[in-house]
Design a protein around this ligand. Structure first.
Ligand code: NAP
Length: 247
């Protein structure tokens, strides 16, 4: 990479986000590591990225909150540079069967998973269009494609990311900005660590490769979408799921 570019990874403190932040740092990007609660973990990710000889800084913000997102982008621009690569990774689950799902569980998941993508993408897009280069990669999930019992809120938020991304991809395709989605299957992180053993076993039976994915499996695909190599790809959804969906 000849030009120095800044990548902002939302929820870069743990799990898939931290693997993405590290992979982008390894490939020469300066990295803004956003976190909400895990300050020490975010700092550790930055320290590891700095070993690649690039800049990395932690930035606290709840990306489901518009005013915090606005401050986040101002801080990243002041401390690093305008964002060239946005990875919308932050996400939460609040699982429940529909009959028992509280409005608060719906609202929190939609705010953290989908409103955040709208807020961050809208903040990032102007600078990218002006620079005539930008990459937006958002983390959906295979459940956006096939649904999942107990995850109506989460599936809706992730399906929303896909529709949103395809629309923005069309709006900015002529400006050198690509907008793509990765849809992970069953990846080994804190998010899936809370699942009961019998649930994990049932999920593993649905995966032709017979194993969970690693955060790095997802990070490499995100890094490809963030690179110049993917210049002619936009509005795509790539499932990274060991063959689970094949759709
Ligand atoms: P994780 O281990 O639970 O980590 C979630 C990350 O998101 C943490 O860094 C957390 O930061 C951050 N975060 C959550 N809410 C936030 C908010 N409001 N503002 C800023 N940061 C926030 O999750 P993961 O498994 O790595 O998942 C990453 C993404 O992949 C999510 O979008 C998830 O839905 C998606 N995904 C995961 C899987 C899987 O199997 N793991 C499958 C499909 C899709 P703090 O700790 O600092 O709060």
């Amino acid at each position: 990479m000849t030009v120095r570019r800044v990548a902002l990874v939302t929820g870069g403190s743990r799990g898939i986000g931290s693997a993405v932040a590290l992979e982008l740092g390894r490939r020469g990007f300066d990295v803004a590591v956003n976190y909400n609660n895990s300050a020490a973990a975010a700092q550790e990710v930055c320290d590891r990225i700095a070993a690649f000889g690039v800049c990395a800084r932690p930035f606290k913000a709840d990306v489901g909150d518009l005013s915090q997102v606005e401050v986040l982008f101002r801080q990243v621009e002041a401390e690093l540079a305008p964002v060239s690569v946005l990875v919308n990774n932050a996400g939460i689950t609040r699982d429940n069967l529909l009959m028992r799902m509280k409005t608060e569980e719906w609202d929190r998941v939609l705010a953290a998973n989908l409103n955040s993508v709208f807020y961050c993408t809208r903040e990032a897009i102007r600078g990218m269009a002006k620079a005539r280069w930008g990459r937006i990669v958002s983390l959906a999930s295979v459940v956006a494609l096939i649904g999942n019992v107990g995850q109506a809120n989460y599936s809706a938020s992730k399906a929303g990311i896909i529709g949103f991304s395809k629309s923005v991809a069309r709006e900015y395709a002529s400006r050198g900005v690509t907008v793509n989605v990765v849809a992970p299957g069953f990846i080994e992180t804190d998010m899936t660590g809370v699942l009961k053993e019998n649930v994990k076993e049932a999920l593993l039976k649905q995966i032709p490769m017979g194993r969970m994915g690693a955060p790095e499996d997802v990070a490499r695909a995100v890094a490809f979408f963030a690179s110049d190599e993917s210049a002619y790809l936009t509005g795509q959804v790539l499932a990274i799921d060991g063959g689970m969906t094949m759709c």
